[in-house]
Design a protein around this ligand. Structure first.
Ligand SMILES: [Zn+2]
Length: 132
């Protein structure tokens, strides 16, 4: 069985095919969908033509099912959602909301952290894992 990704609010599945599908809004109020590859550390992504997010732009991310915010409410531009792996183990995936920034964390139920991607030095302080 493949991994399933869930919204932390409604626990609706937010992946289909090989993509995680997120609803997005830019600071200039452009809206659309962002598709992220479901494989952790694979930064292939696609977006709706109505969004046209540029490299370095920060977007607000929402669940495509219930429309709740997936943003983590701290100064760093991060979002989180839930991953359930093939053994039904649940973890949080934390990603950057800055387009083109390749940062991913996986935090399991014991708060064990695995990090993927680049430019990790900004996020060493793990306090924000405890934020709801
Ligand atoms: Zn939801």
């Amino acid at each position: 069985m493949k991994a399933t990704y869930l919204c932390p609010h409604c626990r609706g599945a937010i992946n289909a095919g090989n993509n995680i599908i997120l609803s997005a809004k830019t600071k200039s109020k452009k809206v659309g969908l962002i598709l992220l590859h479901e494989e952790i550390g694979n930064y292939a992504s696609e977006q709706s033509s109505s969004l046209s997010v540029e490299e370095g732009e920060v977007v607000d991310l929402f669940c495509p099912v219930c429309h709740e915010s997936l943003n983590i409410p701290i100064k760093d531009a991060l979002a989180k959602y839930i991953r359930i792996d093939e053994n039904l183990k649940e973890s949080f995936i934390v990603i950057s909301r800055k387009y083109g920034e390749r940062i991913t964390f996986k935090v399991d139920e014991n708060k064990h952290i695995e990090s993927y991607g680049e430019k990790l030095s900004r996020y060493i302080d793990p306090d924000w894992f405890l934020l709801k």
